[in-house]
Write a protein that binds this ligand. Structure first.
Ligand SMILES: [Zn+2]
Length: 428
């Protein structure tokens, strides 16, 4: 160690865990074709590589602790489960229980992964480091005492926290889990432990289906030390910040832990295929919104909003193979065609087409029709001598005309040009 305040715990062996092919939610069978597991080493390698090329790794104390011992694992897991895992690992692999497949060699990776958490918790609990990041793989927050679940074989955090508490290194611990899925592993491990607060902020109704409700608040011996905040799908940075500021941080502060452990899965990212949340880094970087691209690099959509651009009087929008169909999107297309007489083209759009568009705007239930003035630091509309950033959109522009039509329509101002659209409105 270099004496740095922040530790990075990682081990190449963790990247060698091979979950093989799976059937998601049910075992592959006669009519369920196996597919590669969506949990892969690639995303974790990218994180490690980013630390390398950015130079940040040089400022961290890089630590490679030993794998978790059987004794450490048995504080949380049952002997029967650990024996079954060892037998499968020595044979042809298997499934830890519920969607936690593994091939031979995975147990060593899983024990190393738990060892990273053990090392990180111990280093911080004993004051050796002020904080630490453990790049654990396989992940651990779904693993239960007697079975693996959701790509997790061993409960990395329960194992590490139970060990530190058993050795008297720490007493009160708060565990915050912001993975997009519920942290059922920690919840179950400390259900009746009043000295450990477990908090989970996750997408409602995602995996595991049967846990993660707000009503789950801890066992009789520890009522109030389990906080679940299931957020609706589509929640973005605003919802997360509100939940953190008004509920999570006050709860942790009131609990007064000596140590905070974060299960920081990053699948609440807007681009993650296993979640439906909309976190991105754009807002943190000073932008108002993010334009997401589809897997092939074409413009898809913004957070809960569709994208349109105007070029030479023609309206263009990504086809629905690249974005979700929106009610406002459909309304705008019909208004443009039927009232303004514009040509509307649904097709693939590249990011640079937005740079050189005459106008661009977003549509959505919340956004309604919102002009897009700037993208990646480039002013949209500059090609045609457009207005300065922040200036009102020009009267007569396609965006302004559609905005006006849409606002009149939702207010029920149905003069002749909009008379045909009265059926869209339901008087209340
Ligand atoms: Zn997850």
């Amino acid at each position: 160690m270099t004496g740095a305040a922040t530790g990075l715990f990682w081990h190449e062996r963790c990247f060698w865990h091979d979950p093989g092919a799976i059937g998601v939610f049910s075992a592959p069978g006669e009519f369920l074709q196996p597919q590669p597991a969506s949990e892969s080493p690639e995303s974790k390698r990218r994180l490690k590589n980013l630390l390398e090329v950015s130079g940040l790794i040089d400022e961290l104390a890089v630590c490679k602790p030993p794998p978790a011992s059987r004794e450490d694992l048995e504080r949380f897991h049952t002997t029967r489960y650990l024996d079954a895992l060892a037998a499968g690992d020595a044979g042809r692999g298997g499934d830890g229980g519920d969607c936690a497949p593994y091939l031979p060699g995975s147990l060593a990776a899983a024990r190393q992964s738990a060892g990273l958490a053990v090392g990180a918790v111990e280093a911080v609990a004993t004051g050796e480091l002020s904080q630490a990041y453990a790049l654990c793989r396989p992940p651990g927050h779904h693993a239960e005492a007697d079975r693996g679940r959701g790509f997790c074989l061993l409960g990395n955090i329960p194992v590490a926290v139970m060990r530190a508490r058993a050795l008297g290194q720490v007493g009160r611990v708060a565990i915050l889990d912001w993975d997009v899925h519920h942290g059922n592993g920690q919840q179950g491990a400390f259900w009746n432990t009043p000295e450990v607060l477990t908090v989970s902020v996750h997408q409602a109704g995602n995996y595991p289906l049967e846990t993660g409700e707000f009503a789950e608040q801890g066992g009789a011996a520890a009522l109030g030390t389990d906080l679940n905040l299931p957020l609706p799908p589509g929640s973005g940075i605003g919802a997360y910040e509100y939940a953190m500021d008004t509920l999570v941080l006050p709860a942790i502060e009131a609990f007064a832990p000596e140590l905070i452990v974060v299960a920081c899965g990053y699948d609440a990212c807007a681009k993650d295929p296993l979640g439906k949340m909309l976190l991105n880094t754009a807002v943190k970087a000073g932008f108002d919104e993010t334009i997401m691209l589809d897997p092939e690099g074409y413009v898809a959509e913004a957070s809960a909003a569709n994208v349109f651009l105007v070029r030479d009087g023609v309206l263009h929008t990504p086809e629905v193979t690249s974005c979700l169909q929106g009610i406002t999107r459909d309304s705008v297309i019909r208004l443009a065609r039927e009232v303004l007489g514009l040509e509307v083209v649904e097709r693939r759009i590249t990011r640079d087409e937005l740079y050189i568009a005459d106008e661009a705007f977003l549509t959505g239930t919340a956004a309604e029709i919102l002009p897009l003035r700037e993208l990646d630091g480039r002013h949209i509309g500059a090609r045609s001598g457009g207005a300065a950033v922040g200036a009102p959109i020009a009267d007569g522009s396609v965006t302004a005309r559609l905005q006006s039509l849409y606002r009149r329509l939702v207010r029920g101002e149905l003069e002749a040009d909009l008379a045909a659209f009265g059926a869209w409105l339901t008087p209340v």
